[in-house]
Write a protein that binds this ligand. Structure first.
Ligand code: SF4
Length: 434
């Protein structure tokens, strides 16, 4: 049997900074050898709908749902069964199943061999669901599926799934609940040793979810001499031993969800614990270990008014963040935030991910203390000003950004890519039709 994996894009434009879709390397690794497997990445290339195949498997996030449904339509028109998995079908299965033949709810790894058996025997079921989330051991992603694709020279690695916290806007806790699972360190090392590039991005939602296991990983990473980036919670700033090991094992930068400078917002989003640490001190402390900090903010919680945007912008520049993401609050289905805004009748263009009026950067909800237009404009302005040339030059002069050629190069590269992305994405329509 031939299986076609599809990674859908978000809109009309092809991507210039796509990263490898790790999920398909994982699925390839557990696909029995008798099956042929091919990947088409809609962000980089055209999809050959008329190529012969027996099954199409699409990974779907909320921002790519509309495009995924359009792609599925083309294959189903040609009588090819389509299965969807990922965050979006898990969060809104009743919607996703209308656009395909089968969906996988939550992780697919332990279900995948049975699904393939069912396809071969013409008994594909509508819904596959895990009763228990599978362990993550004994799977080494097979990246042969990426050969010939123009991805960034950075490998995505996963050590764990889940997060110890449960912020109300975040799909991670809605998807995984309280479960935290880790790969054996030996599996991660085996994978890393065979990689082509030296640059790694740990895609774990919070790599600091288990201190003991993280320490074990960091010690094992040191001899490999890689450079890496991760997502981590701000409480790591209190842990000098972990910060020192991060530095020794090649950590260049970490992505930290700072979210808001207003305590009431953090309380509302169930992230009050963030505020127990003073942000400026934490950033400086991490920078002292020559690790750069990318701060992410969520703008639009109920205690934000028009002055919040300027406060956050000034804070991000003054503290010389390596990068800052000013994310307009995005109510994702399945999260407590989405349910609250829906019950308050504050969603705009609901469901925004399928609505032709929604464009990237537009408000998806009515903010409490400012108009939707003010909100959209302020988010865009923050992005533009933070990524202006004068801001980039000012922020460059931070010890952590100039400590080595690798940091310097990465700082400049990432800042100029982000600068380009601002206009590329703003106003983008979701879901190109064929
Ligand atoms: S700390 Fe980050 S990953 Fe964890 S629940 Fe909050 S936003 Fe999600």
């Amino acid at each position: 049997m031939k299986i076609t994996f599809i990674k859908p894009g978000m809109g009309e434009k092809k991507s210039y900074d796509a990263m490898e879709p790790l999920v398909f390397a994982i699925l390839k690794a557990i696909t029995p050898k008798e099956h042929e497997v091919i990947l088409y990445d809609d962000r980089l290339e055209e999809i050959p709908y008329d190529e012969i195949t027996n099954l199409v498997a699409i990974t779907v996030e909320t921002f790519t749902a509309k495009r995924a449904y359009a792609i599925a339509f083309q294959f189903r028109k040609r009588k090819i069964p389509v299965i969807m998995g990922g965050f979006h079908p898990t969060m809104v299965p009743s919607e996703a199943i209308q656009y395909c033949d089968s969906i996988v709810i939550q992780d697919a790894e332990n279900l995948w061999p049975n699904i393939l058996d069912d396809v071969v025997n013409h008994r594909l079921q509508k819904i596959y669901k895990n009763d228990n989330l599978p362990p993550l051991d004994n799977i080494i992603p097979d990246r042969s599926i990426f050969v010939g694709k123009k991805y960034k020279n950075l490998h995505l690695i996963q050590f764990s799934r889940g997060c110890k916290y449960a912020c109300d806007f975040c799909s991670i806790s809605s998807f995984y609940g309280k479960s935290l699972r880790f790969r054996p360190v030996q599996d991660v090392l085996l994978e890393i040793k065979n990689l082509k590039f030296n640059n790694l991005l740990f895609v774990d939602d919070n790599i600091f979810s288990n201190r003991t296991l993280m320490k074990e990983l960091l010690i094992a990473l040191i001899p490999l001499k890689k450079r890496w980036i991760c997502q981590i919670s701000i409480d790591v700033a209190r842990d000098d031993e972990i910060l020192s090991l991060m530095k020794q094992s090649g950590c260049l930068a970490c992505i930290i969800g700072l979210e808001s400078l207003r305590e009431q917002n953090l309380v509302q989003m169930k992230k009050k614990w963030n505020h127990q640490i003073e942000y400026s001190k934490a950033i400086k402390h991490i920078n002292n270990y020559e690790i750069m900090v990318l701060g992410t903010f969520v703008l639009g919680y109920d205690f934000d008014d028009i002055t919040s945007f300027d406060e956050i912008l000034k804070f991000s520049i003054k503290n010389k963040l390596f990068l800052a993401h000013f994310n307009p609050l995005s109510p994702t289905p399945g999260t407590p935030l989405f349910d609250r805004l829906k019950s308050e009748n504050r969603l705009i263009n609901d469901p925004w991910w399928l609505n032709d009026n929604y464009k990237y950067g537009k408000a998806m909800f009515k903010p409490a203390k400012l108009s939707s237009e003010q909100f959209e404009q302020a988010c865009f302005e923050n992005r533009k000003q933070f990524n202006s040339l004068s801001s980039i030059i000012f922020r460059l002069f931070n010890k952590a950004h100039l400590t080595s050629f690798a940091n310097f190069y990465f700082f400049l590269g990432a800042n100029f890519i982000t600068r380009k992305a601002i206009r590329f994405k703003q106003g983008l329509s979701l879901g190109k039709q064929e």
